[in-house]
Write a protein that binds this ligand. Structure first.
Ligand SMILES: NC(=O)c1ccc[n+]([C@@H]2O[C@H](COP(=O)([O-])OP(=O)(O)OC[C@H]3O[C@@H](n4cnc5c(N)ncnc54)[C@H](O)[C@@H]3O)[C@@H](O)[C@H]2O)c1
Ligand SMILES: O=P(O)(O)OC[C@@H](O)[C@@H](O)[C@H](O)[C@H](O)CO
Length: 384
């Protein structure tokens, strides 16, 4: 069995590639970073180091890498005979890999079982987004292309930080915890062999619980930490005020998750406690800069802050803590992140009400609008 995985970065090697290997697949990594592709091809094995309580090493073998920028045809050829295609490139990159997957499906024999396509990104229905990009490329030919693939949404959870200096080869340091939930309906019973994953009937509660708890809490910690001049995620949560603010934010998202999906208060309290312990892992070298990356994406309409806050406001639930976190996100400044630079430029040049709608997609008249405008106005006053 063969899997083509797009994006040989942190989660690609440290989680998706590892679980595919454990499922018995030969893994072909596709990436655009030439030094990374070369480094992978220079090794016959790499080790995933899970650090912290319950950690340990796992060795991955049976992989190679192709450079999809230098040799897209090689990726097309691999896809034509693969069983599985996964991605971990970032939600905004999916449209750039859609043409390669489309070409791979065109080249694929209709006699083969369908290619299982699963986007493993931090976004709601990322695989549907990828499928829609491919369908747009196929146009009238879509039914024939669609018949050669199964598209399933997934939720992936494992903290894989930026990698420490001096680590061997393409080894990866990760946290011990992991979860990979995949919707099973599209497979009509023939689910791929991935023992580390679990297949569920309805993915929405899983991906929303993950994005609106793990990722809301993580990004909140990053933005409060960055504003306080703290570098590491675990250090940020050692600050009692930041810990309290993150807890309050997550209590608000939990209230939304209970209303939307019927989780019990107890199970979400347990889930929150677990993820806070994960963030506090002192052996994980994770930074506020990685976790806070791409603040414009994170502040967008269906993402980890505005998604749950908009729903909470519509339901008359509290949004005070979420708005406080948005305020911290608006203060995220680093010259290394183009979205952070663009956000600060927008804050300097754009009137508050226009900025709110442009960045968050929330319009005047929505019950969250005035709170967002107040957060923007406060940040603009600080910048003046
Ligand atoms: N790191 C984590 O803890 C984690 C956990 C769960 C989900 N995710 C999600 O996984 C995705 C990747 O995150 P990451 O932390 O691994 O990022 P990363 O930057 O470490 O890896 C992304 C990789 O994608 C490659 N890439 C970029 N454009 C490409 C293209 N057109 N074709 C092929 N490869 C391309 C990059 O070169 C890089 O190697 C994101 O959506 C992220 O939200 C990350
Ligand atoms: O990858 P992002 O930028 O959407 O979010 C940053 C982190 O919160 C994220 O990568 C987590 O480490 C991961 O989602 C844990 O499963």
């Amino acid at each position: 069995m063969k899997a083509v995985h797009f994006g040989a970065g942190n989660i690609g090697r440290g989680f998706v590639g590892l679980l595919l290997h454990e499922g018995g697949y030969e893994v072909v990594f596709s990436d655009v970073a030439a030094p990374l592709v070369d480094a992978i091809n220079a090794e016959t094995s790499y080790t995933v180091h899970a650090v912290g309580d319950g950690g340990g090493d796992t060795v991955v073998t049976g992989f190679r890498a192709v450079n999809s920028q230098l040799d897209p045809q090689a990726v097309v050829d691999e896809l034509a005979t693969a069983d599985v295609a996964t991605t971990a490139v970032g939600p905004n990159i999916l449209r750039f890999i859609a043409p390669v997957i489309y070409a791979g499906l065109v080249a694929r024999s209709a006699e083969l079982p369908p290619l299982a396509v699963m986007a493993c990104e931090n976004a709601i229905r990322a695989t549907d987004t990828l499928r829609d990009e491919i369908a747009a490329l196929a146009g009238a030919g879509w039914p024939a292309v669609a018949a050669k693939a199964v598209f399933a949404n997934t939720a992936v959870d494992r903290i894989v930080p930026g990698q420490p200096e001096g680590q061997h080869g393409v080894d990866v340091t990760v946290e011990p915890f992991f979860e990979w939930a995949i919707e099973q309906g599209p497979f009509a019973g023939a689910v791929p062999s991935i023992p580390g994953a679990h297949f569920v009937d309805d993915l929405t509660p899983y991906i929303e619980r993950k994005l609106f708890t793990v990722n809301t809490g993580h990004a909140s910690t990053a933005y409060f930490g960055a504003r306080a001049g703290i570098e590491r995620i675990s250090d940020a949560l050692a600050d009692p005020e930041i810990l309290a603010a993150v807890r309050s934010t997550l209590e608000e998202t939990s209230a939304v998750l209970i209303a939307r999906h019927g989780f019990t208060a107890e199970e979400l309290a347990d889930y929150r406690a677990t993820i806070l312990r994960r963030f506090q892992n002192p052996e994980l070298p994770d930074t506020v800069w990685r976790v806070g990356r791409q603040p414009l994406r994170k502040l967008s309409r269906h993402e980890r802050f505005v998604g749950p806050a908009a729903d909470a406001a519509e339901r008359g639930l509290s949004v005070a803590a979420l708005l406080g976190t948005v305020g911290a996100a608006l203060a995220f400044e680093t010259a290394d992140d183009p979205e952070a630079v663009e956000l600060q430029e927008l804050l300097r040049t754009t009137e508050a009400t226009a900025l709110v709608t442009r960045v968050t997609g929330i319009e005047a008249g929505h019950p969250l609008f005035d709170g967002l405008v107040a957060a923007v106005t406060t940040r603009q006053a600080d910048l003046a």
